[in-house]
Design a protein around this ligand. Structure first.
Ligand code: SF4
Length: 160
């Protein structure tokens, strides 16, 4: 919504959550996890710690840092990849056995309707604003779009 309304683009990360960008959580038993939901499962830890320091399981830690849409075949071809960023890695592993899998969870079904709703709201907001010199061009574009959408015959819409 913010980006449709002139704000900055809100999706500026290719990772779905902090677990994929370096989050480390230390439990009281000497284990370190990337995913909140996996704390307490030693088989899922990414490192251990003690008075001797931090010891990573580099394969596990590297896997978390390597998950992004381009590393998952289905997501690499998805038009929503840079918005949905493959969904939750834990949910993907729970359903497929690996974090290198998509976790769509109906995103492809509900997002287009959500986007259409947001666009309608932005359009209604723009159309209700007084016209300003600085936004006259945007206003004209929105008006043309509105005419096309609501015209029975787009051929009759006058374009300049
Ligand atoms: S909607 Fe599905 S395929 Fe698309 S990025 Fe999300 S998880 Fe991947």
């Amino acid at each position: 919504m913010a980006c449709l309304d002139g704000g900055t683009y809100p999706y500026r990360s290719v990772s779905n959550c902090s677990a994929e960008s370096g989050l480390l959580m230390f439990d009281a038993l000497g284990d370190v996890y990337s995913c909140w939901e996996e704390i307490g499962e030693p088989g899922k830890r990414v490192a251990t710690y003690s008075a001797d320091g931090l010891q990573f399981d580099y394969n596990v830690a590297a896997a978390w840092l390597s998950r992004f849409p381009g590393a998952i075949a289905q997501c690499a071809e998805c038009p929503y990849a840079l918005i949905h960023t493959s969904g939750c890695a834990k949910h993907a592993r729970d359903s497929s056995g690996t974090i290198f899998a998509s976790a769509c969870e109906s995103f492809q079904e509900y997002f287009p309707a959500t986007l259409a709703f947001a666009f309608d709201q932005v359009e209604a907001n723009l159309m209700s604003r007084p016209r300003k010199a600085t936004s006259a061009h945007n206003y004209e574009l929105m008006e043309r779009h509105r005419q096309i959408v609501h015209s029975d015959d787009a051929e009759h819409v006058v374009t300049h």
